[in-house]
Design a protein around this ligand. Structure first.
Ligand code: NAD
Ligand code: UDP
Length: 309
């Protein structure tokens, strides 16, 4: 039986990955410091003999024997990663280095969850993997963007110097059940606000765009790329439908039947204007296709928030 370590396994995406890897028959170690994740996300897996939870911060070294490592550990929302930017940078750099150390010692394959944020506020659209990005290295998002860029560098240097078997994916905005209702991301904020009947907080004029991927589509892509032989990436994963933030708000209001009002706030600094993945490479390497359109994914996510929040 193969053993899989999911670092950040009690988080939104990590908890779905734990489920998927258990369903594939693996022994799953869910490692988390619970900075933004919650035991509630994996409670239903506790009791399965092939599932273990380890409370640990990846910034500190740990000795584990595993076959596969998914490094999902890092706060992902601007609110959380900016709350303690130095800690965010440590997680991406020291934490990734510690997990690469495990991979080097055990021969495990390591998949690094990188991000569309490595492209910064992009000058080309949509963003292919060959684009090197436009990141402000001293801005308020830099702790996350530059941390993730450094983590990619570490992965490729551990590969070149130590032969570590790496996979690097760049995730674009993903949403779905088990998002933290307090993490300040646009999908969770708008749904929570619409359900509570409070104001919808629109940053800027709402004309900035994002591409929203339902979590099941993303997790399918992640596990397929982990199993893909002879490719390291980086590869974009997400959904290439593109919506303005205002369109998203209107969909959420319509689907919840909410009477909430749109209230405009200043746009945070360095907030990217447009973002859409070029998925050509993912389609070529792993026949990646998304199956859940935004309306359907939002309906599932609204149902989750109605019953859980
Ligand atoms: P999340 O905050 O729900 O999950 C992150 C998990 O990592 C949490 O459980 C948190 O407690 C844990 N964690 C954070 N720092 C840690 C540390 N030092 N040691 C151990 N555990 C730690 O976020 P998510 O949306 O599930 O994101 C998972 C990964 O995917 C992150 O690396 C994120 O950067 C990346 N990503 C997510 C998105 C998205 O849209 N959700 C987009 C791009 C990249
Ligand atoms: N946003 C918004 N209202 C909110 C939260 C976010 O208008 O309550 C905007 C935010 O400024 C950004 C977009 O929605 O332009 C996506 O924000 P999110 O934090 O979800 O992700 P990211 O900026 O990292 O893509």
């Amino acid at each position: 039986m193969k053993t899989t370590l999911v670092a950040g396994g009690a988080g939104f995406i990590g908890s779905h990955l734990c489920e998927t890897m258990l369903a594939k028959g693996h022994h799953v170690l869910c490692l988390d410091n619970f900075q933004t994740g919650s035991i509630a996300n994996v409670e239903h897996l506790i009791g399965n003999k092939r599932f273990e939870v380890i409370r640990h911060d990846i910034v500190d070294p740990i000795r584990l024997d595993v076959d596969y490592i998914f490094n999902m550990a890092c706060p992902a929302s601007p609110v959380h990663y900016q709350a303690n930017p130095i800690r965010t940078m440590k997680t991406s750099v020291l934490g990734t280095m510690n997990l690469l150390g495990i991979a080097k010692r055990t021969g495990a394959r390591l998949l690094q969850a990188s991000t569309s944020e490595v492209y910064g506020d992009p000058e080309i659209h949509p963003q292919p993997e060959s684009y090197r990005g436009s990141v402000n290295p001293i801005g308020i998002r830099a702790c996350y963007d530059e941390g993730k860029r450094a983590a990619e560098t570490l992965c490729f240097d551990y590969h070149r110097f130590h032969g570590v078997d790496i996979r690097v994916i760049r995730i674009f905005n993903t949403y779905g059940p088990r998002m933290d209702p307090r993490d300040g991301r646009v999908v969770s904020n708008f749904i929570v606000q619409a359900l509570a009947g409070t104001d919808i907080t629109m940053y800027g004029d709402g004309s900035q765009t994002r591409s929203f991927c339902y979590v099941d589509d993303l997790v399918g892509g992640i596990t397929n790329f982990m199993e893909c032989e002879g490719q390291m990436g980086p590869v974009n994963l997400g959904n290439d439908g593109e919506f303005t933030v205002k369109q998203l708000a209107e969909m959420v209001l319509d689907m919840t039947g909410s009477k909430s009002k749109l209230v405009y706030h200043p746009l945070p600094s360095d907030d990217p204007v447009r973002r859409r993945p070029d998925l050509t490479l993912a389609r070529k390497l792993i026949s990646y296709e998304t199956r859940v359109p935004l309306a359907e994914g939002l309906a599932r996510t609204i149902a989750y928030f109605r019953s859980h929040v």
